[in-house]
Design a protein around this ligand. Structure first.
Ligand code: HEC
Length: 319
């Protein structure tokens, strides 16, 4: 068997060994309280933060979904009710108001004037309108939808100039042939539209291609900050309870147990050296210590009586 190297005294001892060796009252109390504190910090503060954040994001998802459905409804309304009634393909002037994407985005731009962090966009990789050009973040979203045709939506939290916002993104896929009347080959598009937007951008889209995304953002800055603040408050409260409990336990243990025990030990020690010295039982302290003191005193008295009898009977033995 290989002998395990033993720790040489005086060498740097590990933290765990030092904690385990600390048998003082404070050390014992610390070893009991610290695991309780850590567990309650993780469960209490961590749990509260997780729950509040989860709730905030659930509410934001609901709101974003409702607003996205509204945007789709605006698109559908323009598609089904407005476009059919306007002979825009032959009109001299192109009517932007008859474009589903333009209608939905314009409505939400107005909503945004009152609620800045709520935004709706339809960015595309090859957009008809320069204002719909995808930002690097949106390009990443579109590419993820292009790479995975089964991905229904992407959601998350990101930073914006209005603080943290929750975003919900859904792919815009060309599923209808009618879209290609304006987004197919430029020569197929209404001349008035080409005159307005030019023939460079927003054309040559293909059927079943993911060309862009619908993104809806909802502010969550306030809710997320609230979750952090509440978690910090719970953590602060738990730390306060920890320190008060630690102080109360160590000082009461000192008064009730440690000091009386030290006094009793000293008294028992000096009584063991001088047989006639009486053991003074500490006046304060736990009742168990007083009982122990009295028991030791009785033991001392009966021991000294036995010694006396032994001393008295010894000369008779000799004679
Ligand atoms: C009447 C022509 C026309 C039709 C039909 C049409 N669009 Fe558009 N589309 C436009 C124009 C014009 C714009 C630019 C609007 C603006 O100025 O914001 C646009 C914008 C878009 C955008 C925003 C990105 C960009 O190119 O600026 C998307 C996405 C889009 N259309 C998808 C579709 C889909 C999907 C359909 C079929 C359901 C469709 N479009 C049908 C003309 C049309």
């Amino acid at each position: 068997m290989v002998a395990l190297p033993t720790e040489a005294p005086g060498l740097r001892r590990s933290w765990r060994a030092r904690v385990a060796a600390d048998t003082s009252t404070q050390g014992v109390v610390r070893r009991i309280l610290i695991p309780i504190l850590v567990v309650s910090l993780v469960v209490g503060a961590g749990g509260a933060y997780y729950l509040l954040r989860y709730r905030a994001l659930e509410t934001a998802t609901k709101t974003a979904r409702l607003m996205l459905t509204t945007a789709l409804a605006i698109r559908g309304y323009i598609n089904d009710r407005v476009q059919v009634d306007l002979p825009q393909f032959t009109a001299e002037k192109f009517h932007q108001a008859t474009v589903p994407s333009f209608a939905a985005q314009t409505v939400y731009r107005q909503v945004q004037t009152g609620f800045p962090a709520y935004s709706y966009r339809e960015p595309a990789l090859n957009p008809t309108s320069p204002s719909d050009r995808a930002t690097p973040f949106e390009v990443e979203l579109i590419n993820r939808f292009r790479a995975d045709p089964d991905l229904p939506e992407i959601r998350g939290v990101r930073d914006s100039e209005d603080g943290s916002v929750f975003y919900l993104a859904k792919p815009i896929k060309i599923t209808q042939e009618t879209c290609l009347q304006c987004h197919g080959a430029p020569q197929r598009a209404p001349p008035s539209m080409v005159a307005f937007y030019g023939r460079e951008n927003g054309f040559n889209w293909r059927l079943n291609e993911v060309v862009g995304v619908q993104t809806m953002t909802v502010p969550v800055e306030h809710e997320l900050r609230g979750a952090v603040e509440l978690a910090a408050m719970i953590a602060g409260g738990l730390l306060l309870v920890f320190f008060v409990t630690y102080w109360a336990l160590t000082s009461s243990l000192n008064i009730v147990l440690v000091r009386p025990l030290v006094a009793l030990a000293r008294a028992a020690d000096s009584a063991s050296r001088k047989a006639e010295q009486e053991i003074v039982v500490p006046p304060s302290g736990a009742s168990e210590i007083r009982t122990l003191g009295e028991a030791i005193e009785r033991l001392r008295v009966s021991l000294s009586k036995a010694m006396d009898q032994l001393g008295a009977s010894r000369p008779a033995d000799k004679g």
